[in-house]
Design a protein around this ligand. Structure first.
Ligand code: BGC
Length: 237
């Protein structure tokens, strides 16, 4: 895998309910290209999303391996849920399909898990939530990931889940003020549940957070979702 000049380039891909984003990272995980984005095709079936990725990848120059953050449960490269994409992802071997179309080895994990890998300090209990089309969540203990947490689909309040109360569709419906109030309640609820040392809030809508956050809660930039891609390959030099 080592190239002549030792420069391994990783294509990092973040598949979202509204946008697909890509960027190339160097061996240390620093960006080598500008982030490129395309609207998630609708209906968001595997074939059309893979086509969109191919088109984006072609703008990124050379790469040797690929990391993917996927908005659903992922186990051994297979996507098991995809609430905000399409039911045809259930049981789909994304790692193999993408590896064929991009002609490079591919590793896939949940999008919030990948975002977390780009954000955490590696010490203590760290929780990550992502606010976008869906509500993503990731849990780490001393840097070790507990994969596929899926808090988003658990009950939060008024018989609704975190995602139903805080997802983009609801933000658009209820407005930023109400959404921020709910988020404040969600943070309190998650704090009692996980007793985390740190909470990171990322995702496309994190910039709309305007409540006063406790000292151990930090907003992270949306690009973290792509930066976390390097961690998927840390077992290889
Ligand atoms: C999915 C999660 C994902 C989150 C953010 C949820 O609907 O179930 O797996 O992390 O959206 O994309």
């Amino acid at each position: 895998m080592v190239e002549e000049n030792g420069a391994i380039r990783t294509l990092s891909i973040d598949i979202g309910g509204s946008g697909v984003k890509v960027m190339v990272l160097d061996r240390q995980g620093k960006p080598l290209t500008e982030r490129a984005r395309a609207e998630t095709p609708q209906p968001a079936k595997p074939d059309s999303v893979i086509n969109a990725i191919e088109t984006l990848a072609a703008t990124q120059g050379e790469f040797h391996r690929v990391s993917v953050g996927f908005p659903g449960v992922v186990r051994r490269g297979i996507t098991e849920t995809a609430v905000n994409l399409h039911s045809s992802w259930i049981g789909f071997d994304l790692a193999t399909a993408l590896s064929k179309s991009l002609n490079a080895p591919v590793r896939v994990i949940n999008d919030a898990d990948m975002q977390g890998l780009g954000a955490i300090s590696g010490k203590g209990v760290e929780l990550v939530v992502t606010l976008g089309t869906g509500f993503g969540s990731a849990l780490f203990v001393d840097g070790k990931l507990v994969p596929n947490l899926e808090m988003g689909h658990h009950q939060f309040r008024k018989d609704e889940t975190y995602e139903e109360q805080l997802g983009r569709a609801t933000l658009d419906k209820v407005g930023e003020k109400k959404w921020n109030k709910r988020l404040e309640k969600a943070i309190a609820s998650l704090e009692h549940l996980f007793n985390y040392d740190y909470l990171y809030i990322g995702g496309g809508e994190a910039e709309k957070v305007n409540i006063k956050l406790p000292d151990n809660v930090k907003i992270i930039s949306n690009i973290t979702g792509l930066l976390g891609g390097i961690a998927l390959w840390r077992d290889e030099v």
